[in-house]
Design a protein around this ligand. Structure first.
Ligand SMILES: NC(=O)c1ccc[n+]([C@@H]2O[C@H](COP(=O)([O-])OP(=O)(O)OC[C@H]3O[C@@H](n4cnc5c(N)ncnc54)[C@H](OP(=O)(O)O)[C@@H]3O)[C@@H](O)[C@H]2O)c1
Length: 254
């Protein structure tokens, strides 16, 4: 039986390209998102076996059942890719309590519960990969998307510490820090900000290139991927980078 990857948010953008890359590398895939027709169209296109599981992941209580269904079909999850996410680009004061629960649920609690659901079997087998898609927004938070920044800092910190904790058990955890990468989410965010020179000329990545980097870093047991790589400088110059972000980040349109 081929290896089994469980990928969330595979119906568009970065997750869709991660699914293509894993399929090219011969993995069987469980794909999860809400837009079932997009997942099914992708499954049609791919050469490896695919299980489509439509689900709203903003409620973490669905996690264990999804993992059970995936493992019943393809055996133990050998790579968990926590990619599904949403972003609010607006003033924090306008975000309703329900939407606060939604973004923290989807971006933080659900990945935590998926990890909880697969870690025991990975540790027992002394093998497995976990890939968490964080964001540069968790390192140099930008005004106008404070909830998003908070969720991404949270998943990044958890992921970085888990990597060290489980490496000796044979499990590898990769943390991914995309800067701006072409996708529906990125385009929607850009719409909400005024077009300043800094925003216009900020380097932008491509999701297929990022997906290849993620796969290579995962099997190469690297700690993290920063892409476009120029943004990696912010990890070493956090104070200065935050000062630059505070000063030059584009204001919201409203
Ligand atoms: N693009 C960037 O510039 C950028 C930068 C940094 C980090 N990221 C991160 O990269 C990841 C992928 O984002 P993207 O840029 O590829 O955006 P995208 O094209 O909007 O993809 C988001 C994915 O998440 C899924 N999703 C959203 N809400 C969901 C829900 N309630 N339940 C299940 N799935 C849900 C969507 O599927 P459905 O709508 O079908 O449910 C979709 O497949 C996110 O975690 C994002 O924060 C992106």
């Amino acid at each position: 039986m081929s290896k089994h990857a469980f990928i969330t948010g595979a119906s568009s953008g970065i997750g869709e390209e991660i699914a293509r890359e894993f399929s090219r590398q011969g993995w069987s895939l469980t794909l999860v998102a809400r837009r079932v027709e997009k997942l099914e169209a992708l499954a049609e296109e791919l050469d490896t076996e695919v299980l489509v599981l439509p689900a709203d992941l903003s409620d973490w209580k669905v996690c264990q059942s999804l993992i059970d269904q995936a493992e019943a079909k393809f055996g133990p999850v050998e790579a968990l890719i926590n990619n599904a996410g949403i972003q609010y680009v607006e003033r924090a004061s306008g975000v309703s309590p329900e939407r606060i629960d939604r973004i923290w649920g989807l971006n933080v609690l659900t990945p935590m519960h998926f990890m909880h659901a697969v870690l025991p079997q990975m540790e027992a087998r002394k093998a497995g990969y976990i890939v968490n898609i964080a964001s540069m927004a968790g390192i140099t938070p930008t005004p106008g998307m404070s909830h998003y920044n908070g969720t991404k800092a949270g998943i990044a910190a958890m992921s970085e510490s888990l990597r060290v904790e489980v490496e000796s058990q044979g499990v590898h955890v990769l943390t991914v820090y995309p800067g701006p990468v072409e996708s529906d989410m990125e385009a929607a965010a850009r719409e909400q900000y005024q077009e300043t020179a800094a925003a216009k000329f900020a380097p932008m990545g491509k999701p297929d290139v990022l997906a290849k980097k993620i796969y290579k870093a995962m099997v190469g047991r690297k700690a993290r991927v920063v892409y476009p790589s120029v943004y990696g400088v912010a990890r070493y110059t956090r104070v200065t980078s935050q000062w630059i972000t505070d000063k030059f980040a584009p204001p919201l349109k409203d």
